[in-house]
Structure formats: structure tokens, C-alpha cells
Design a protein around this ligand. Sequence first.
Ligand code: ADP
Ligand code: MG
Length: 378
Amino acid sequence: MSTIGQSIKIDKVSKFYGSFQALDHVSLEAKPGEFLTILGSSGSGKTTLLKIIAGFEACNDGQIIINDEDVAGKKSYERNIGMLFQNYALFPHMTVEENIAYPLKLRKVPKDKIKEQVAYIIKLIKLEGMEKRYPKQLSGGQQQRVALARAIVYNPPLLLLDEPLGALDKNLRQEMQFEIKRIQKELGITTISVTHDQEEALTMSDKICIMNHGVIQQCSSPEEIYKQPKNQFVAEFIGSTNLVNGTVVSKKLENDRIVTMVQTGLSKEPMRVEEPASYRKYNLKDIILAIRPELIHLMKERKGHTNSFKGKIINSVYMGDYVRAQVMIADGSTLNVKISPEAFRQYGGENELEFFFNPDCVTTIYEREKGVMLKTVD
Ligand code: ADP
Ligand code: MG
């Protein structure tokens, strides 16, 4: 068995509950076989969007296009979408085998075909030998696998996951993340997953869409979301980051990269930022530099370096594989920096230290006045 995943395009979908707008012109796209995660805090509209895709709710505006076909006129069961939600109730009076076979029986698949398909799926989810057990005789993780099996056994080309791992403890959750990803890739099933867990999103996804108050803030690869957040909301939402105010001194194109010189309070010298030419199109003076704590380095030898500045460690927490340090700069502001325990032991006590970051490890953010980008700016 192998599924050919479908493509899905969500085009400017809006949803109102009374006068409350839960989704505001949401657009996103997943290619066949892609794993797309919608990441947002509770109440941001994630479940609402999945319900609209599944056909449990109607939208007020916009289109859902699956394999180039607008599905507006299709009932939920006609859309043939696999679904796995957090409260994945298995049928308690049915065995593992019977639970998994249920969607096939509903679809009136012939008995021998059901047997073959169920055996295949049980092998895929690694539950051989447990076919005759009842749900209460399984661990939480095993029950979760059965629920996943039931969601994919009839070969749906599209799978929707609504925080399905939320009820599991951390270790089990990580194990299931890898399992789901493995099975998803093996079947080639296009998947839209929603979660508020950023680690889960970064681990599992080909593409992440960050949602806030029903508005998509950015849709990119996990790496791009992390390294090139499009606005302050995304920069602060994913991982921890330092936001430094600055003013653009100059901007020019050099070998396909935009080089921006930015005056900040870190040092008298302007900081140099290098970004892909395709990336930044704004021409504003006031900006924010987003710098990840692990990309600021302690300069061990006192030699000049691009983007260097002086600071003093005023707080530190030992985290095992690194030291999280709060560094005070001359202008009184502070930055978070990750330092290796060795370097911290050697230099941490000194009154004045020098730090630097590489020009291609910073992101410029221009939407300073707004903080959060509303609708699509680019
Ligand atoms: P999430 O899944 O991201 O936590 P939801 O999609 O469940 O968010 O909800 C988004 C917003 O819409 C929330 O503010 C919620 O209170 C509201 N909402 C959800 N369903 C309904 C409903 N049936 N009637 C009214 N408001 C709703
Ligand atoms: Mg939800």
C-alpha cells in the first residue's frame, strides 16, 4: 500500500463566530507528501481551521482547494480526510484489530481486503502481537498508535492532526513524534498538524506556519522560521532571541547579498548585517536586530572582529552543556548569551569582556512600529 498525497491550498479563509473573527484571510499551501504544522498559542484559531478543512464548519470567506478542486460543496465524509485529535476515543469494546478495521467496514471494503490492510497497518505501527487486546490493555502510547492506524487505514491522501500528542508525557511524545513522521513519510500522506509546542513543530515539519489571533504571521521551513523571522512576533515566539534597536546607516547589494550597516547601542561602530538579496525589501530607517543567544560569541583573544562589542556578565545560570549569561552593555541594556562552561570558567569573572556575532547570523526586522504583522504585508 502506498498513498499518493494530495496538494492542499487554503486561500484567504475567514471565519466569524458572531462578531468575533477567529480566522482572518488565512492562506497557506502544502505540496503532496508535505508535513505542514500550524503553530500558535491556545485560542489562535488552529482547531477552527482544521474543522473548516475537514468540513465540520463552514467558512465565511475564502476557498479550500484539495488537488486543484474547491471542496466547498463536499460533505465531510466525501472529502476522504484522515483525522487524529487529542481525544482520540478508541472503541473500548473492540480489539485493536477491530478498532483499526472499523473505517474499512464503514466503507464496505471486502473482508479479505480488510484483513490484508489491517495486517499491513499493524506492522507499520509496530503493534504485532497485540491484535486481540482491548484498548484498556494498552499503554497510552500504544493506544495513540492504534488511533493513528485507524486514521490512516483507509488510505486518505490527507491527514489532519489536532494536538494528538498533547496528552502524552514528554518522552513518549518525542517517540511518537518520530513515529508519526516515519509513517507519514513512508505513506507519502500530506499532513496538516496543529500544535502550540514549538519543539514539536521544529522536529516534525517540512513547513511551519505561525498563527496569531487568526492571522498567519509566517510560513517557511523550520530553519528559515528560526533564522529569518519575518517580524517581531515570530522572532519572540520561536526560541529565545535578543532584540536590539537600531538605525540603518547604509544599505547595499554585494554579491547577491544585502549588506546593511546598522547603528546600535552595542558599540560606537555600526553593526554589519548580511542577508540573502531575496529576503529584505523594505527601506526604512528604524529597525530591530534579532540575534539568537547561541550566535553571540565570547571573544577570547583581544583582536578586532566585525560586530564586536563590550559587556559584563551580570547574571549566569549553569545549564549543563552551556551557561546562560546575562550581559550588560555600555548603554545599560542587556543581552542573553550562551557561553560554553569552559569559557565561562576561564573568563566569566572578568570585568569587561568582548563579544561578537557574525554578519550573516542576524536578522533585520522592519515592522518595529507594528510589532505584529497583520495580514500579508509582503
Ligand atoms: P485553538 O485551537 O488555536 O486553541 P480555536 O480554533 O479552538 O483555537 O478557537 C479560536 C477562537 O475562536 C477562540 O477565541 C475560541 O474561543 C473561538 N471559538 C472557537 N469555537 C467557537 C464557537 N463554536 N463559537 C464561538 N467562538 C468559538
Ligand atoms: Mg485547538
